[in-house]
Design a protein. Structure first.
Length: 365
């Protein structure tokens, strides 16, 4: 297919994007979340959840289907590589990142097919670079700007998420986690004394006080015995993170962040159960898919399937069941063996179900 720089006015943008959510100014919009993405990613629970969601979605390949038959067909070039400058894994990771944090992701069309003007290549655009104006009611976008410069409305693809994004939805919780972490850092940088010496007798001159402190310090460092007079008492001071309820606060905030990001809380815990069986893993994958990543998959594949990007009668799908939720071939064979033993299927049906040729030379799906 030929490419050229000036696109024909055959395919126009599918829609004038509707402004989603309740926190947007009507005229010149710049979403100002309670906390920045940069600061949010400094919270380990947020970074962990982000990497799990974005990395998992990006690892699932895109495929191009004929809608009427469900047949996989030869795809446009961008199915395998959305951007000419990045692998699709990277581009899709950042598309999901934008949906996760901001509730919307932007792609700039960089090349088009000569035949119909549909996109041939895209470039992901960071949300912080995009602003827009709306109609008088603040409902529909009338103009997009990238780095404060207007762009052709047909050249920007908006992928809407299912909510306003975690920076808005859980901004206060994330900020609380940042504050707790900063408080712990301040406490670590300004530690409390390990203990104090209490003198119940006459006051000692400063040089003797310093001598006693130095002797105690040497004794602690050398793990040796220190000496006290009858008028001196040593009182240890212990301010562990647990005593300050630091650990409890971190755990509680981590749980709240997991809820806000639709990730099972134990995925974000260092105490995650590692004694998982194959059945457990498969069940956990199904749960993670349904709760955590399916909304992003649906948003992306639905937008890429619209007629201003994909040709009519075709659709884009993530190959979830051929990759992330693919069954173990050995398990499939064991199921087929039981069905054959019970007489519920024929040998020919079993071979068809497992994609085996009559001589059994082909692999199992």
């Amino acid at each position: 297919m030929g490419l050229f720089s000036r696109k024909p006015q055959v395919i126009e943008a599918q829609y004038a994007p509707q402004v989603m959510g309740e926190n947007l100014p009507a005229l010149y919009n710049a979403i100002i979340p309670r906390v920045s993405r940069h600061d949010a990613m400094s919270v380990p629970s947020v970074a962990r959840a982000r990497n799990l969601i974005c990395g998992t979605v990006a690892s699932i390949p895109l495929e191009y289907y004929k809608t009427s038959t469900g047949e996989v067909i030869a795809p446009p070039r961008w199915i395998k590589q959305l951007s000419k400058s990045q692998p699709s894994f990277i581009t899709i990771s950042w598309i999901v990142d934008s949906l996760l944090f901001y509730g919307v992701s932007y792609l700039l069309v960089t090349e088009r097919y000569a035949e119909d003007g549909r996109p041939a290549s895209f470039e992901w655009v960071a949300n912080t670079r995009v602003t827009f104006t709306t109609d008088l009611y603040g409902i529909h976008v009338t103009q997009y700007y990238i780095d404060a410069s207007p762009v052709d409305m047909n050249d920007i693809v908006t992928i809407q998420g299912f909510d306003e994004g975690v920076l808005d939805r859980a901004g206060r919780t994330i900020q609380a986690a940042i504050d707790v972490d900063r408080a712990a850092a301040v406490n670590s940088a300004n530690p409390q004394p390990a203990g104090f010496l209490k003198n119940s007798g006459a006051d000692l001159p400063p040089n003797e006080v310093q001598g006693l402190i130095a002797a105690w310090k040497r004794a602690r460092q050398n793990n040796s015995t220190a000496y006290l007079t009858s008028t001196l008492d040593y009182n240890p001071v212990s301010f562990s993170p647990k005593d300050m309820m630091y650990n409890e606060a971190v755990q509680n905030l981590s749980t709240q962040i997991a809820r806000a990001m639709n990730v099972p809380a134990y995925y974000l815990s260092a105490d995650q159960n590692t004694t998982m069986t194959y059945a457990n893993v498969q069940d956990e994958r199904k749960q993670f898919y349904a709760l955590s990543i399916e909304p992003y998959i649906q948003a992306i594949q639905a937008r890429l399937s619209m007629d201003d990007i994909s040709t009519s009668g075709h659709e884009v799908r993530f190959a979830v069941f051929d990759s992330f939720l693919k069954n173990d071939p050995l398990v499939e064979l064991q199921v087929l063996e039981k069905l054959l033993t019970l007489g519920l299927i024929t040998t020919e049906q079993a071979m068809e179900m497992s994609d085996l040729t009559p001589n059994g030379s082909e692999g199992i799906s």
